[in-house]
Design a protein around this ligand. Structure first.
Ligand code: PEP
Ligand code: MG
Length: 317
């Protein structure tokens, strides 16, 4: 019940065998950071910045974005804040955009859109560099599939910094750079991405869509949208294992991370960083505190080796 959950708020997210897990919050608007803090989040694992851009006829400028990002960083008072750059296209469109690509989910979306629109991207990057003055920002790039996109992002950040310098506007370069793992290609060929980035965050919503060729918003095929498909779980496991080997943090920020019925399964895959809606945080923490991580890892690995479906009931208790 709620009273029990509120006691949990200040309890550590640690398994029975002593694995400390980070539980972070997904937010869509700066005001929601307060809710994340209230829920006891270890940080912001995903700020979907596109919501600053949606439902309006103009674009948010550098100053407006700077204030929005800085306010989240200030609210979180030293906890890490992961801000995803504009993920527009497909299911999220800007007003006035008449982008009707034949396959929008496979089209000019997210980082592809940003690299094709350097003014929009540059404005956001300058705002992020300025907001970094107030605390540690983790810049998260959506829909990465190629290494040359990572290089182009670094170049764009360098240009943004040079522009601020030319205008004598203060900024900091203490940011970390990470990528969403939400296209199967990057999960399969993960090593160079792990090596050149500071962290990764698995977007299971899109990873499932692209792995199973199931439109995440299409009701006619919703039954085939299966987070537990062994192929999906192998991609998640492969990414987590690569991160573990390289000593780089890997989070899950898709819907799965906030679903307490699969918390044990994700712990069994080796996940140590979960990001979810603030309201889901305490239920997930409760599961973490009742789980034995090592036993789960052995069970999950043996099922995945055979590409068997994992029986969630077999992971309980
Ligand atoms: C995801 O794809 O899992 C994700 C977290 O991003 P979004 O749902 O915003 O595409
Ligand atoms: Mg996504």
């Amino acid at each position: 019940d709620r009273a029990e959950l509120s006691l949990l708020r200040d309890a550590e997210a640690i398994t029975l065998d002593g694995v400390r897990v980070k539980l972070e919050a997904n937010i869509e608007l700066p005001e929601e950071a307060a809710m994340a803090l209230e829920a006891g989040a270890d940080g912001i694992g995903l700020f979907r910045s596109e919501f600053l851009f949606m439902g309006r006829s103009d674009l948010p400028g550098e100053q407006e974005q700077y204030e929005a990002y800085a306010s989240v960083v200030q609210t979180m008072a030293g906890r890490p804040v992961t801000i995803r750059t504009l993920d527009i296209g497909a299911d999220k469109t800007l007003d006035g955009d008449i982008a009707v690509a034949a396959n929008p989910a496979l089209g000019l979306r997210a980082i592809r859109y940003c690299l094709a629109n350097p003014e929009i991207f540059g404005t956001q990057l300058r705002a992020l560099l300025r907001a970094s003055l107030h605390g540690k920002i983790r810049i998260l790039i959506p829909m990465i599939s190629h290494m040359h996109e990572v290089h182009a992002v670094r170049q764009a950040i360098a240009v943004a910094g040079a522009e601020l310098e030319a205008r004598r506007i203060p900024y900091a370069s203490n940011y970390e750079l990470g990528a969403m793992v939400e296209i199967p290609a990057i999960a399969i060929a993960i090593e160079p991405f792990i090596d050149s980035l500071d962290f990764l965050s698995i977007g299971t919503n899109d990873l499932i869509q692209y792995t199973l060729a199931i439109d995440r918003g299409d009701n006619d095929v919703a039954e085939l949208y299966d987070p537990m498909h062994p192929a999906v779980l192998r991609l998640i496991a492969h990414t987590i294992n690569a991160g573990e080997r390289a000593g780089k943090p890997v989070a899950v920020c898709g819907e799965m991370a906030g679903d307490a019925s699969v918390t044990r399964m994700l712990l069994g895959l080796g996940l140590k960083e979960f990001s979810m809606h603030p309201q889901q945080l305490l239920d997930v923490k409760k599961e973490v505190r009742l789980a034995h991580s090592n036993a789960l890892r052995i069970k999950v690995a043996s099922a995945l080796n055979r590409a068997e479906r994992i029986d969630l009931a077999s992971l309980a208790g």
